[in-house]
Design a protein. Structure first.
Length: 130
């Protein structure tokens, strides 16, 4: 490959090395974007929800690193995956989308069940019944 000098004819362990090294940067970027979006989206204001979303992204990213490592180990180029590699990537994608969707649905449901004061993040008035 022109820019990276990765092999296009066989397996190259520089590919999973690159992905693994930059994973922390990707996850930090995701955390920063979620924190910025929390100002607009009530369901993202809970730190636990954002942590679960970053965890879901970490799960998917770990799967991606595992698949490209497996691909390199089997002597395949990054740009010429076989059917097994593509199926593994689809499985990682489906698992990541499924866990992310579950976190989002659960968070939105929990937010909808809160009172308007709780959704705004304000303390409950003294003497209010829960």
């Amino acid at each position: 490959m022109p820019l990276t000098n990765w092999s296009v004819t066989g397996g190259d362990f520089r590919v999973p090395h690159f992905f693994a090294l930059h994973g922390i940067q990707v996850l930090l970027l995701i955390a920063a974007v979620l924190a910025a979006l929390a100002a607009e989206r009530v369901w993202l204001r809970d730190e636990k929800v954002r942590a679960r979303l970053v965890g879901s992204a970490a799960l998917g990213y770990t799967g991606l690193v595992a698949v490209v490592t497996w691909q390199a180990w089997r002597g395949q180029s990054l740009i010429h995956p076989d059917t097994a590699t593509l199926l593994a990537l689809v499985a990682v994608l489906l698992l990541t989308v499924g866990t992310t969707a579950r976190v989002i649905v659960t968070a939105k449901r929990a937010t909808a069940e809160r009172t308007p004061v709780q959704r705004a993040g304000l303390p409950e008035p003294a003497g209010s019944a829960r």
